[in-house]
Design a binder for this molecule. Structure first.
Ligand code: KE4
Length: 426
């Protein structure tokens, strides 16, 4: 029997490239077809054929409280009645700016945008405008949205679909982008020495989450800070994923490294389209209308996205969500490691708070090259086995899983059992 999802996917492919509005949803390399979601609540999603899944993607990060939290839905319903979009300053923008600056002290001024891509794109343009330099350093496997200049050896869907660089990006654009191996401080130092006075900024995911999940070695981020300061370049932290998830103050709070600019997204919109970028006032003051660097957006600071984001952030703080997420994450880790131990398969498990990844490869895994040692065939079988048993993990080895405050101990116990069963039949 053709499922409703299959019918919808066939129809979608007629009018939407690849049948999806974002490549990571395509299930292209996990030997399955995407299901279509009917509804979601808490940690659960239901597809159009009535199948229920425990969701470990949470819309790729925004759903940190789980799906349809009452506090967000009620707030958005009430705000919608007052207006969907104004294109005029509204009080919520001031409240959001104050909260972001209070929770992330490296941010003295902030501007709202509508996606993480816009946030990183604006950071790069602002860094170039502030320094008067053109070259940007990024790291192999890090993904910063589909910005022309940053689609160089990038992660996430670009990596999954085998095109870490993208067609359509002029060579001249990428000649100004230098992509280096993550975690290699010496290569960074050499790069600055070889490009004296030409590097505008380093942009980095302080916790890379788009080639699977791995971590900076002990002093790598500190080295980036020191090299940028020494060479007059700006340090940009892409915290679109880690912002307000890894800790209340993001990865910069955990590592104690202060970037000049930070890109944000996902959680601060509570599920509605959002992004933000901010940092030192002297840098941010270069932005139009005060300064010469132009950046704009019709829906920036949209009252519904601000309402949803503020409701989510305030609720996270009210319940001390980060403590709960660490407790849930630790329980998830114990059950996962038990399942891995029983399976006798090379799997490297990484977790930070509510973010996790199972690499189907032996460790250590500290950069893209290591991540690419993963056995994608075995990963795909594991993914399909879990999906069949009602657990939805990221449909790519090169993504990160997310636990929400809505996941219960029972959900995690169930997931542990599903992982054991799925690993045992590989
Ligand atoms: P968006 O433009 O998709 O809102 O954000 C881009 C972005 C920027 N920086 C980081 C560190 C990111 O992870 C992202 C987007 N993340 C992917 C998942 N790895 C979004 C999912 C998708 O592309 O559909």
């Amino acid at each position: 029997m053709t499922s409703r999802s299959s019918e919808l996917f066939a129809a979608a492919q007629e009018r939407i490239p690849g049948g999806v509005n974002s490549p990571v949803r395509a299930f292209r390399h996990v030997g399955a077809q995407p299901f279509f979601v009917e509804r979601a609540r808490g940690a659960k999603i239901w597809d159009v054929d009535g199948n229920e899944y425990i969701d470990y993607i949470g819309s790729w990060g925004p759903a940190i409280l789980g799906h349809t939290p009452k506090v967000i839905v009620d707030a958005v319903r009430e705000a919608a009645a007052r207006g969907l979009s104004f294109g005029i300053p509204n009080p919520l923008e001031v409240e959001m700016a104050n909260l972001i600056c209070a929770w992330m002290p490296s941010i003295e001024k902030v501007r709202m945008v509508n996606s993480g891509t816009e946030a990183t794109m604006a950071c790069v343009r602002l860094a170039r405008g502030f320094t008067g330099r053109d070259k940007i350093i990024k790291f192999d496997g890090c993904y910063h949205g589909h910005v022309d200049a940053l689609l160089v050896r990038s992660g996430s869907g670009a990596l999954t679909h085998g095109r870490p660089d993208s067609a359509g990006v002029p060579q001249a654009f990428v000649d100004l982008t230098i992509s280096l191996p993550f975690n290699d401080a010496d290569v960074v130092r050499k790069c600055f020495a070889q490009n004296k006075g030409q590097i505008a900024a380093i942009i980095v995911e302080p916790v890379p989450a788009n080639a699977g999940l791995y971590f900076a070695n002990h002093d790598f981020l500190l080295t980036l800070r020191e090299e940028c300061t020494k060479n007059g370049a700006l340090l940009i932290f892409d915290e679109v994923v880690t912002g307000f998830r890894a800790a209340r103050g993001g990865a910069q709070e955990i590592y104690g490294v202060k970037p000049d600019l930070t890109a944000l997204g996902k959680i601060i919109g509570g599920g509605l389209p959002v992004g933000a970028f901010g940092g030192r006032s002297e840098v941010m003051d270069q932005l139009s209308p005060d300064g010469p660097v132009y950046q704009a957006g019709t829906l920036s600071g949209n009252p519904l996205a601000m309402t949803a984001g503020l409701a989510q952030l305030h609720e996270l703080e009210r319940i001390d969500g980060w403590k709960l997420l660490e407790r849930l994450g630790a329980h998830f880790e114990k059950l996962t490691r038990d399942a891995i131990a029983q399976a006798q398969i090379d799997i490297t498990f990484h977790r930070i708070g509510s973010m996790f990844c199972l690499f189907f490869a032996s460790g250590p895994i500290v950069d893209l090259a290591d991540a690419q040692r993963s056995n994608l065939e075995t990963f795909s079988k594991f993914f399909r086995g879990c999906l069949k048993r009602g657990v939805y993990f990221a449909p790519s080895q090169f993504e990160t899983g997310f636990i929400s405050t809505a996941h219960t101990r029972e959900d995690i116990e169930r997931t542990g059992a599903v992982m054991r069963e799925s690993l045992s039949v590989l």
